[in-house]
Design a binder for this molecule. Structure first.
Ligand SMILES: [Zn+2]
Length: 44
């Protein structure tokens, strides 16, 4: 499985919400639990 573009989205490390997009906006806030972008980890 070749997938090196890493455009799979970002996951909230707190609640598991998944943001679908290649780049997470710096000022993004989780709509579920309200944490900021620093709590998001890139999906593999
Ligand atoms: Zn969250």
């Amino acid at each position: 499985m070749e997938n090196k573009t890493s455009a799979n989205g970002w996951r909230c490390d707190v609640c598991g919400y998944v943001y679908e997009g290649a780049e997470l906006p710096e000022d993004f806030v989780c709509p579920v639990c309200g944490v900021d972008a620093t709590e998001f980890v890139e999906n593999e």
